[in-house]
Design a protein around this ligand. Structure first.
Ligand SMILES: [Zn+2]
Length: 232
């Protein structure tokens, strides 16, 4: 199964905009940013003005998709430069890439029903369409999509109901990816979760302020949230 298997059009995930480095120095400087799918970025930390608007964070329905007490660097943000994976106007413009080692526990950013699981692919193939993923459809029909999980890394099954904060998968480096990371995006209601349509702006309840979305290069720590089963 590929990301677009329901659409009939196979657009390899995260293939847009691989950076072409003009020299080694630039490559070295940017090395820490290259774990993202599609690689490269616009100008780190500066989302395009046309990006958003973002929902009020204090009433956000989402928490960061990793465990409370952990933190991960967001390496590829929303509405990035033309030719990059999450470019403005593209099918992944409101996705976030979080750098994390293979095997990191991913949790449900929001409660819902598991609507798709793929976990058969090996890590590190770099082949478009070989992404493993878990998708969770929320009660308003929107879909949370968790990409590049490791082979056999799903901790949930199709149709299972999960609560916000439940462990759902182990992160990985499957498919068209440039290094171990999680690609997370929320898609609007009204279509199959398998079809990327650019996503929708999201904020996360349990981390520092980000009124204009998460900023590239910043480590976001996941803190406690109302109802969490975590230490005070
Ligand atoms: Zn991505």
């Amino acid at each position: 199964m590929t990301e677009e298997s329901n659409s009939g059009i196979k657009i390899p995930a995260d293939t847009i905009g691989r950076p072409k480095y003009v020299n080694q120095a630039v490559a070295l400087i940017l090395a820490s940013l290259l774990v993202g799918c599609g690689g490269g970025s616009g100008s780190p930390g500066s989302a395009a003005v046309s990006c958003g608007p973002y929902p009020e964070q204090t009433t956000s329905l989402y928490i960061l998709p990793y465990e409370v007490g952990t933190g991960h660097r967001m390496v590829h943000g929303n509405c990035t430069a033309p030719g990059t994976s999450h470019q403005t106007g593209g099918t992944r413009q409101y996705a976030y890439d979080f750098e994390m080692p293979i095997g990191t526990i991913l949790i449900a950013a929001r409660s819902g029903e598991v609507s798709a699981v793929e976990q058969s692919n090996m890590d590190g193939t770099r082949v478009p369409g070989e992404e493993n993923f878990v998708m969770i459809t929320h009660d308003d029909g929107t879909h949370g999509r968790y990409f590049h999980i490791t082979q056999n890394g799903s901790m949930v099954t199709l149709g299972q109901m999960v609560n916000q904060g439940d462990p759902i998968a182990l992160s990985g480096d499957s498919g068209e990816s440039h290094g171990p990371h999680l690609h997370f995006v929320v898609e609007p209601a009204g279509q199959s979760p398998l079809v990327p349509r650019g996503g929708t702006p999201v904020t996360f309840l349990n981390t520092g302020p980000h009124p204009n979305g998460l900023r590239e290069g910043t480590v976001y720590a996941a803190g406690p949230y109302p109802g969490c089963n975590c230490a005070p």
